[in-house]
Design a protein around this ligand. Structure first.
Ligand code: PLP
Length: 460
């Protein structure tokens, strides 16, 4: 294929995309396929010669959409959303065309500078104070790992990077059991170890108990361990737990510990000033992660990390071998020094397009609608005698269950997702299997949300 043919096929792809989205409401949300079915449709060996693009495209249409879970379906209520608003898709198409490599300012001046401006725009949009700078990672997992490596090295005065982790006191990291598994993964990868990720007890609201945090840190120090940092969640993945940010940061600061706040999902709602009380005290955080690729409509991947002071992270992750030196330009930002991979996509462009195409007010309206509709739905489910709400709405997320055994609930969830009109997932809360609902898809309407009630009535 050459670039003239690419232009023709891009038009075909754009038409295909429009039809795909136009017909999405009629498709089952979760892929209706079994493991191995797709792989069996592909030849076991690659072709030696070129194949006709007509045939390649036909195979795509025949094989892929039918075996795909439709994350852009307006009745996708599972996990958290992974929106791809049309303007962000367009921006990524332009990035694909240029295929920019944004590791250094010099390799991508526009990408670097737009990233800096987008970090500032979003910092202000979330109501964060102006001392925060930041960068864009592929995922919250990577942002959190970057923060954990930074807290480790800061506590070790950068000796871990230098000498390795042997012969050191036990490093300790603190978070509640409500935080995302990416924190466990970071503890593992950073050489801290799962056993040294202290799961601080939570209170009746599933929020980290700041007094228990203080007690755990003090006991660890007395035992000769080395605390490195505290991770808080604002909107935990399971049920939307929110740690008391101000109190936990206060405890962390008295012990000179680095703090990281995981607001990967709920952070999006902070563009609405009325929700900012949820993360009261956030101004004191050292690091914060928010995923515009969830609720803000920006096509995956786009994870914003805000840093009160970038120096410790750059000191931890930044290496400058001679081949990456930018001659005579010491003042420029080279974002590869802020992040783990050297190569970087131009992720800021889709943020720029999305924010401009919908405006902050357009995004706020969506978030406010989702929250209002989730509240309405929870209220309606509560009225059905055979169901109970197991955790109340936190923004647009709540959980519920059929009154009865876990098995009955598992069977109901399977019936719901096989039916295909909606897609829900599960979690465990207080030892019970509960069904999770969240609203957040970009094109979702009140009718889409209320379809859940119809489906529950039909299938339970
Ligand atoms: C989604 C989510 C993550 C992981 O996000 P990725 O960008 O997929 O790594 C981490 N924490 C929370 C609270 C999340 O909701």
């Amino acid at each position: 294929m050459n670039h003239d043919e690419l232009a023709e096929w891009s038009k075909r792809a754009a038409d295909w995309a429009r039809n795909y989205h136009a017909n999405l409401r009629d498709q089952p949300v979760r892929a209706q396929t079994t493991p191995g079915e797709t792989a069996a449709k592909l030849p076991t060996a690659p072709p030696e010669g070129p194949e006709d693009m007509e045939q390649i495209f036909a195979d795509f249409e025949a094989i892929v959409p039918g075996a795909t879970t439709h994350w852009q379906h307006p009745r996708f209520f599972a996990y958290f959303p992974a929106n791809a608003a049309p303007a962000s898709i367009l921006a990524d198409q332009l990035c694909n065309a240029m295929a920019v490599q944004g590791m250094l300012w010099q390799t991508a001046p526009a990408a670097t500078e737009i990233e800096g401006v987008m970090v500032n725009w979003m910092r202000d949009a979330f109501g964060l104070p102006p001392h925060f700078t930041g960068t864009i990672h592929d995922s919250a997992t990577t942002a959190t790992l970057s923060a954990v490596l930074t807290m480790r090295e800061r506590a070790l005065n950068w000796q871990g990077n230098e000498r390795g982790l042997a012969d050191l006191p036990r490093l300790r990291l603190y978070a509640s059991a409500q935080t995302h598994s990416s924190i466990d993964k970071a503890a593992q990868i950073a050489g801290i170890g799962q056993q040294n990720l202290v799961k601080v007890p939570t209170d009746a609201n599933n929020a980290m108990d700041a007094e228990a945090l203080e007690a755990a840190i003090t006991a660890d120090k007395a035992a000769g361990f080395l605390p490195v940092g505290v991770i808080m969640c604002v909107g935990g993945t399971s049920i939307g737990a929110v740690d008391p940010v101000a109190e936990c940061i206060k405890v962390a600061k008295t012990h000179d510990l680095f703090t990281h706040v995981d607001a990967a999902w709920a952070g999006a709602a902070m563009i609405c000033p009325e929700h900012r009380a949820l993360w009261d005290g956030i101004d004191g955080a050292d690091s914060i992660v928010i995923n515009p690729h969830k609720w803000l409509g920006v096509q995956f991947d786009c994870a914003l990390q805000f840093l009160a002071d970038a120096t410790p992270q750059v000191k931890t992750l930044g290496l400058r071998p001679v081949f990456l030196e930018t001659l005579e330009q010491d003042e420029v930002v080279n974002y590869n020094e802020w992040t783990i991979p050297m190569g970087r996509r131009f992720r800021a462009l889709k943020l720029w397009f999305t924010i401009r195409a919908y405006g902050l007010e357009g995004l706020r309206t969506r978030i406010r609608n989702h929250i209002a509709w989730a509240g309405e739905l929870a209220h309606e489910i509560e009225k059905l005698a055979r169901f109970e709400i197991t955790t109340p709405p936190m923004l647009s997320l709540f959980t519920f269950r059929l009154i009865g055994t876990d098995e009955k609930n598992e069977a109901l969830l399977t019936r719901i997702n096989d039916d295909g009109r909606i897609y829900l997932t599960q979690t465990r809360h207080n030892g019970q299997f509960v069904i999770r609902f969240q609203a957040g898809q970009f094109d979702c309407t009140r009718d889409d949300v209320m379809t859940v009630l119809t489906v529950l009535n039909d299938l339970s």
